[in-house]
Design a protein around this ligand. Structure first.
Ligand code: ADP
Ligand code: MG
Length: 322
């Protein structure tokens, strides 16, 4: 039996002093202090072993990713992060695992100057559910619903590395050691684009973070923006050397349907092109214009010769078997 009880565990790994919020771990509720007049932005994301991560992942990477995917949602809304809660189910109270997990969480939280303010801990199959709290001036949150016909379509960073790593783990593709290390980092240690989300306030017309794959997430924007369509340039999608080295059909699949990128996909009127570029510079985030929004419904994916690219992949859905 483990000597570490529930409350020792919380105290040892999750109870840290709070500075920017009024009350953190240790009471029945946390008390947050948003800046006066701000709207709260709230989002939850759950990570389940075997579904969202492999049991082989280093605990510190798991901690990073659990918080990163939540911060990515705040980024997509242009919200500034304030704090987060962690609901954790664990099979065993293993100090090595907990120390690594806590280190990954706390390092990313410190980098964003946010605090773990509370949560819940229970025995059970490994499962982490984080809720993040952020703030945004009323009416300035970036939404999925603001895209307009004629807007340019932009994406941050590079697409496809995380899915490439998964395909290597599954034994479907092979990569040299150096390449595998690089794409595995992309899968396990995504960078939430918080600074970009803040820089895009007042510039982007719509935004979403890419968790389920470009085509699926783009479809959410188009639907919420009133049934618009888009034209997308498949060969213009930003990519690493490792994705670039794949055959075109595999490259298209990795980049168009692969999930777990945690980049921002957003739209802005062409008149704001220079302002978007400037937001990329201010947030030190690489940006690529990958297409445009059309009044005609449906997504047209074209290759570098302007020929249609087949897109036979279904978007990821937890309750539908492909
Ligand atoms: P209650 O029984 O009132 O729900 P708990 O006994 O579950 O409270 O938790 C005690 C304190 O520890 C609370 O402040 C709670 O927010 C915090 N806490 C519990 N688990 C975690 C965790 N995994 N991370 C951060 N804080 C936690
Ligand atoms: Mg409780």
């Amino acid at each position: 039996m483990s000597a570490l009880g529930e409350f020792d565990l919380i105290r040892a790994y999750f109870d840290r002093p709070v500075r920017r919020n009024a009350l953190g771990v240790g009471d029945d509720c946390a008390l947050l202090t948003p800046s006066p007049g701000m709207q709260l932005a709230v989002s939850s994301d759950m990570l389940v072993e075997g579904r969202h991560f492999l049991s082989t992942v280093a605990p510190a990477h798991l901690g990073h990713k659990a918080l990163a995917v939540n911060l990515s949602d705040l980024a997509a809304c242009g919200a500034r992060p304030l704090g987060y809660t962690l609901a954790l189910a664990l099979p065993r109270a293993e100090p090595g695992f907990l120390a690594g997990l806590a280190q990954g969480l706390h390092a990313l939280a410190d980098a964003h100057e946010i605090e773990l303010v509370g949560g819940d801990t229970t025995a059970g199959p490994l499962n982490l559910c984080i809720t993040v709290f952020g703030e945004v001036p009323p009416g300035q949150a970036l939404l999925r619903s603001g895209a307009r016909a004629g807007d340019e379509l932009w994406v941050s960073g590079q697409l496809g590395d995380a899915r490439l790593a998964l395909e290597v783990f599954r034994g479907h593709l092979d990569l040299p050691g150096e390449g595998f290390a690089a794409v595995r980092r992309a899968m396990e240690l995504p960078t939430p684009r918080v600074a970009l989300g803040l820089a895009l306030r007042g510039i982007a017309s719509a935004a979403i973070d890419l968790s389920d794959g470009l085509l699926g997430d783009l479809a959410h924007v188009l639907k919420r923006s009133g049934g618009l369509g888009a034209t997308l340039h498949a060969d213009a999608l930003p990519r690493s050397a490792w994705v670039d080295a794949q055959a075109p059909s595999m490259r298209h699949e990795l980049q168009l349907s692969g999930g777990d990128d945690y980049e921002l996909l957003f739209t802005a009127p062409p008149a704001r092109h220079a302002a978007v570029r400037d937001a990329g510079v201010r947030s030190a985030t690489p940006l690529t214009c990958i297409g445009r929004i059309d009044a005609e419904a449906g997504v047209r994916v074209l290759d570098h010769r302007g020929q249609p690219v087949a897109t036979p992949w279904a978007s990821f859905d937890h309750f539908r078997v492909p």
